[in-house]
Design a protein around this ligand. Structure first.
Ligand code: ZN
Length: 191
C-alpha cells in the first residue's frame, strides 16, 4: 500500500471512531493465530503515553496493524529512532507518524518550568526545544507548544537520521506529524 493510501486508511478509521461507527478490525482469535507467523504493520506511530491517546483505538485498527512507540510528551529519543529504523528496515513499514495531542501533561509541565522531581525532568528537557523555538506566547499555548514538539520530531527524522532521512529523501517512506484532539477525537495532519 502506498503512503498516501495508508494515511487515508488511518484517517478513515479515525472518522469511524469519531462517529461511533468503529469496526474494531483484526482482533479475532483467527487473526491472532495468523499473526503468530509474522507481523506486517501498515504504519509506525510515536505518540504520548497518555491513556486517552491509544493509536489502535483512535484509528480503529487492530492487532498487528500499528507499530507503536509511546512516552509522555512523545519526544524523539535514540531508542525510538532505533525502533523506527527497525520498523522500516525489517518490517517494511512505509509510514512513520509522530502524534501529539491536546492538553498534554508533559507539555504543560515543560511550560510551567522549575525543577521537576526524579526523572520527570528528562521528559521536560526533551520537550523544551519546542518551547524555546517559539518566540512568544499565544492563545491555546499548551497545544501550540505540543504541535511544535511534533514538528521538531518530524524534522529530526526527516533530516538527521542516516537511515530514515535517506529513505525519506528517496520517497521510499513518508514521515508525518499529526495532532489528536481529546474532546472531538479528531486527528489532524500538521506537517
Ligand atoms: Zn501527553
Amino acid at each position: 500500500m502506498g503512503q498516501k493510501n495508508i494515511i487515508k486508511k488511518l484517517l478513515e478509521g479515525n472518522q469511524r471512531y469519531i462517529t461511533g461507527g468503529a469496526l474494531h478490525p483484526n482482533q479475532s482469535f483467527e487473526h491472532r493465530l495468523e499473526l503468530a507467523n509474522g507481523q506486517k504493520p501498515i504504519a509506525a506511530i510515536l505518540t504520548c503515553a497518555d491513556s486517552r491517546v491509544s493509536p489502535e483505538i483512535i484509528f480503529d485498527q487492530g492487532l498487528g496493524d500499528l507499530f507503536v512507540l509511546r512516552v509522555a510528551g512523545n519526544a524523539v529519543n535514540e531508542m525510538f529512532v532505533g525502533s523506527l529504523e527497525y520498523a522500516v528496515e525489517h518490517l517494511n513499514v512505509r509510514l512513520l507518524m509522530i502524534l501529539g495531542h491536546s492538553q498534554c501533561g508533559a507539555v504543560d509541565a515543560t511550560i510551567k518550568g522549575g525543577q521537576p522531581p526524579g526523572k520527570i525532568g528528562s521528559l521536560v528537557q526533551a520537550i523544551k526545544p519546542a518551547l524555546d523555538r517559539l518566540k512568544k506566547q499565544s492563545p491555546d499555548w499548551v497545544n501550540v507548544v505540543a504541535k511544535e514538539n511534533v514538528k521538531i520530531g518530524v524534522e529530526r527524522l526527516r533530516t538527521e537520521d542516516p537511515i530514515l532521512t535517506a529513505r525519506y529523501e528517496e520517497g521510499d517512506i513518508d514521515i508525518i506529524g499529526a495532532f489528536y484532539d481529546l474532546k472531538s477525537g479528531k486527528v489532524s495532519l500538521i506537517i
